[in-house]
Design a protein. Structure first.
Length: 167
């Protein structure tokens, strides 16, 4: 297992120094989901939620969250993000409920990765859907939330999840 780098010699938390690392193109894709009932699905897909267009608001919330990740995750660096794309897709899950899958692709040119930004984006988008629909049903289920892949860096350690079904 790799040695954790977020601790100093006294065992206390620190922000990792990335100043000597060269800049490379870095990407990360994350996914989350939210399980909703038939009523919420119909309200979202026909734009009948009183608070507005759920997916449009969730998309903007996810983008805003990715841009502010460094403000809410203590050891994250402020990163100049070059692109954030959030997409949605509906499917029926094994419980017979509707599942909204949320994916975020985040890109930068920098000396540290954007995994946390992608994960924060999909998490916030899912939370926004929950917030906008909770008046109908508070029983929605969020997750799993996971990193699908990441590229870039100087060590050539790209990551691609082999399978994320049924996790």
């Amino acid at each position: 297992m790799n040695q954790l780098t977020h601790f100093n010699e006294q065992g206390r938390a620190k922000m990792v120094d990335v100043s000597e690392k060269p800049e490379t193109v870095r990407t990360a894709m994350a996914q989350s989901s939210i399980e909703v009932n038939e009523t919420i699905y119909e309200h979202i897909t026909t734009n009948k939620i009183k608070k507005g267009d759920v997916l449009a608001v969730a998309q903007v919330a996810g983008i805003m969250a990715a841009k502010k990740t460094w403000e809410i995750i203590p050891m994250c660096h402020p990163i100049p993000l070059k692109g954030i794309d959030i997409s949605f897709g509906w499917s029926k899950n094994t419980n017979g409920n509707w599942q909204l899958d949320i994916q975020a692709l985040v890109k930068t040119i920098g000396n540290t990765g954007v995994e946390m930004e992608a994960l924060t984006a999909v998490s916030t988008a899912a939370l926004t859907v929950y917030d906008m629909c909770k008046a109908i049903d508070k029983g929605m289920i969020i997750g799993p939330t996971l990193l699908i892949e990441k590229t870039g860096g100087t060590k050539g350690k790209d990551y691609k999840r082999q399978s994320h079904d049924n996790e």
